[in-house]
Write a protein that binds this ligand. Structure first.
Ligand SMILES: [Mn+2]
Length: 292
């Protein structure tokens, strides 16, 4: 795999793309509160976490061919905070800017979902991975790339862009799409109607709040899926968040977990007009390695 060329962009161009993409997210015609309701025609491509994997992002775009397929939607989430080797810096900010540019180019087809790493970036909640503080590393990398003062304007535009993300997608053929789902033990405190709101408080977005629970949960037994399926009137759930060595996992006849941040990463395209089964969804899973 060859690494993509570094993004060549000025701070002003980055701020412009991020600000325009944020406005487009907020004005999305499909948006109902913080839920995107996809139409009953065309196709959607759900991905797993990308964590700065620009080579897989490039493959996704080649597969999706958005310019030639105007009824196809692509769902992106958890684009930032990449796994770095010692001596390297986090370059995932490049993917966030590229994705914002893509939204500007295809505003009706490209959609974002809130994720825990991106949420942490905007509430300033520190995440430690292997002794590293990923928020600190990310901010430092942006300031280094653009210079301290312009870098600060880029970071501010990134915060506003992430703030504009919806929380979930619902398809007319009864599929729920979000970064994750709340934990079973959060079920009593979690408010499924959080997705109908547009504005969130700090309490909603930090530990104990429903936005936080939606993007951070990792324990989704059958009973939880049954309860959420009723609350949201859906049959199946597509999420990311939990790393999958082989790109995906299928659970409880209702849930598929995707991950897109490595060479065995996967994504899932499906038709919005056809009745879906878990088998049909599972058969549609594609590997990035299959895409030329
Ligand atoms: Mn996550």
């Amino acid at each position: 795999m060859t690494a993509p060329a570094p993004l060549s962009i000025t701070a002003n161009q980055a701020v412009d793309a991020l600000s325009r993409a944020a406005a487009l997210n907020r004005e999305d015609a499909l948006r109902d509160g913080s839920l995107l309701r996809l139409p009953d025609y065309g196709q959607v491509v759900m991905t797993g976490d990308l964590h700065g994997h620009r080579a897989n992002f490039a493959k996704l775009l080649r597969y999706a061919a958005l310019d030639r397929t105007p009824q196809r939607h692509v769902i992106l989430h958890e684009l930032i905070h990449e796994e770095v080797r010692p001596g390297q810096t986090d370059q995932s900010w490049q993917l966030l800017i590229e994705a914002a540019q893509l939204k500007c180019e295809f505003p009706e087809q490209v959609h974002f979902l809130q994720s825990n790493h991106e949420l942490a970036q905007i509430v300033g909640q520190h995440i430690s991975k292997g002794g590293r503080d990923v928020i600190e590393e990310y901010n430092t990398a942006v300031l280094y790339a653009f210079g301290p003062a312009p870098g600060r304007t880029v970071l501010d535009a990134m915060t506003d862009f992430i703030d504009s993300y919806p929380l979930a997608v619902r398809t007319p053929n009864r599929v729920w799409i979000s970064h994750s789902l709340p934990n079973e033990w959060d079920r009593a405190a979690f408010d499924p109607a959080i997705v109908s709101r547009r504005e969130f408080t700090r309490a909603d977005r930090t530990d104990g709040g429903s936005v936080y629970q939606l993007v951070w949960g990792r324990n989704h037994p059958m009973a939880l899926l049954d309860a959420l399926g009723k609350a949201w009137d859906v049959d199946f759930f597509l999420i990311g968040h939990q790393p999958q060595e082989m790109g995906f996992e299928v659970m409880h006849d209702r849930l598929i977990i995707l991950s897109s941040e490595h060479n065995h990463g996967a994504f899932l395209p499906f038709d919005l007009s056809k009745q879906m089964t878990l088998d049909a969804l599972t058969r549609n899973i594609r590997k990035f390695v299959e895409v030329a």
